[in-house]
Write a protein that binds this ligand. Sequence first.
Ligand code: C5P
Length: 219
Amino acid sequence: PAARPLAGRHVVVTSGPTHEPIDPVRYIANRSSGAQGAAIGAALAALGARVTFVTGPAAVPPPEGVEVVRVERAGEMLDAVRAALPADAAVMAAAVADWRVDGASGQKLKKGEGGPPSLVLVPNPDILATVAGMQAGRPRLVVGFAAETERVLEHARAKRLRKGCDWIVANDVSPATGIMGGSENAVTLITAMGEEEWPRMGKDAVAARLAARIAEALA
Ligand code: C5P
């Protein structure tokens, strides 16, 4: 049992980018590879958790041994997360698009007399804040990520409070770090109890350490 401390636990993980349609053939996206999320899904499953892995269109394949739910848009991701609950913990590692195109076209937009179309953006739901704020059925542990390029800890602390999640995994994604799209990560785990700066290590090692901490917290 010690080797599988998450046996009998259910964890929902979000991962990857979202794609927000402009029309049936075009979309707005971001550069998230889904690597850190996939590593977290694998690490939780390795500790015995039942993992529902809700993923946008990621560059890396989903891990083995998890239940994969594929989505495209942020709205679909939120629906899939809600449908996956109840869970003991939720780890939101997805890079969710902050905005979607209002009234995405049902037909391919055509070049024409009117010149280029204007896109009106509207805010997407915040999945992390929604789950963290649930009055009923909130997972016992809700973990978010804060990828920042400046004043990382300050922004991440504020984010933890604003979103109402229990833990924030903060990391510096400035281009000079090579973290975005790379195989390593350097994070600080921020909880109500304090902050732990972890040395730079592989994304798999970050995931293993985070999964171990989640197992401790749920024990
Ligand atoms: O606000 P920001 O995007 O920096 O917050 C990042 C954290 O919030 C990540 O854990 C991400 O998965 C989550 N998030 C979310 N839904 C959004 C935006 C962010 O779940 N619409």
